[in-house]
Design a protein around this ligand. Structure first.
Ligand SMILES: N[C@@H](CCC(=O)N[C@@H](CS)C(=O)NCC(=O)O)C(=O)O
Length: 224
């Protein structure tokens, strides 16, 4: 049974959500959540990591000039992929995309959502231009390699501590699965993720194969 909020979004006079995003980016995790929740949305496309025009475009909404940036139905702006995913899950509780407050799994859910955001995703900011961390352009290859090694370590660390069921936190798909399915598509790429995180791997492959998401993955972010 859909949550009442879904009905609200389905009504013709309700503005669709607007997402600043791009193919092969973190916005695809948000697109996946919106797809599962059957919430209509429109993407303002722009590859912020590659284009100054795209950065300026999203900069009008998000001073960090980053995607995903979501314009909510009440007109407010939400940034930060983990916050967006948690917010979408929490405001549509019937869809079961997050353990509720009071659920024993909630603390670990929050822990790993923030971990993926802060320990892994944030490192990718360095890669488009290593001068961002004061490194010379000529050091790019070495810096990117070091970033990828750190990310591999983070995936290993997470893998050693989770006890997945069909999905990362048990037998229900949560937005953590969507988040990891997308962030593991970034460098050091999926093959390395599967090596470093053999316990998480089957859950993430299951998310890739989810019939509700197959079209989205193929169109927005193929795994290989
Ligand atoms: N903390 C942000 C990071 C978002 C982020 O890094 N997005 C990338 C695209 S996947 C971006 O917009 N990069 C622009 C840039 O590097 O300047 C979040 O979790 O949403």
């Amino acid at each position: 049974m859909p949550h009442p909020i879904l009905f609200r979004h389905d009504m013709a006079d309700t503005p669709e959500l607007v997402l600043y995003g791009a193919a092969a980016s973190g916005s695809v995790a948000v697109e996946a959540a919106l797809t599962l929740l059957e919430i209509p949305f429109r993407v303002i496309e722009g590859a912020t990591w590659a284009s100054e025009v795209a950065r300026q475009q999203v900069g009008e909404a998000n001073a960090m000039r980053q995607i995903p940036t979501l314009l909510l139905a009440d007109g407010s702006m939400l940034t930060e992929s983990a916050a967006i995913l948690i917010h979408l899950a929490d405001t549509h509780p019937d869809a079961g995309l997050a353990p509720a407050v009071g659920d024993p799994a909630r603390a670990q859910f929050l822990r790993w959502m923030v971990f993926v955001s802060s320990a892994i995703y944030a490192l990718h900011w360095i890669k488009p231009d290593v001068r961002r961390i004061g490194a010379p352009t000529g050091a790019r290859e070495a810096v990117v390699q070091a970033v990828h090694e750190r990310i591999a370590f983070c995936w290993r660390t997470m893998d050693a501590q989770l006890k997945p069921g069909r999905y990362l936190l048990g037998d229900s798909l949560t937005v953590l699965d969507l988040y990891v399915a997308v962030v593991s598509r970034f460098g050091p790429w999926r093959e390395r993720f599967h090596q470093e995180a053999p316990r998480m791997s089957p859950a993430i492959l299951r998310v890739d194969e989810d019939p509700r998401l197959r079209e989205l993955w193929a169109r927005r972010f193929p795994a290989d």
